[in-house]
Design a protein around this ligand. Sequence first.
Ligand code: THU
Length: 160
Amino acid sequence: MKEIKIETVLNVYDSLDELPKDVISLMKKASEARDKSYSPYSNFSVGTAILLENDEVITGSNQENASYPSGLCAERTAIFYAGAQFPDVKIKRMAIIAGSKLKTTDTPIPPCGACRQSIAEYEVKQDAPIEIYYMGEKGKVVQSHSLENLLPLVFDKTVL
Ligand code: THU
């Protein structure tokens, strides 16, 4: 038997103000996208802004459905659009902001497992890291230099 220990590295900032201007601006776009969230069932709204290598910014928000599983998270709404519109352009960075409409969310909200898997697909496809920043409505911001740090033991095309 051999034990495997998995380590990951994330940077935690006390507030958005500690980050460079371009990251603040991307997070603001994520926040604006969050305002367009359609989330009448969960009352939990999420916004994402994706910066592409050609400097295009793609945004998305969670879109819910009366048939609950038919809804889609903000991250996948945005990254699938980026993949559909700019299939050959690399993704540099993603900013994610999330929180409940019913209470203040001041802890960083990481992307769910399904979104991590979807982001991983594009990271593997482009063979370059996707930097991720995520936060609640206010407070600390977490930075991950690559999606890999958020999803060790990824299932990707190499196993097929
Ligand atoms: N949600 C996202 O948009 N992204 C995530 O990573 C986690 C959850 C959405 C889905 C649903 O509309 C609401 O948040 C509550 O789960």
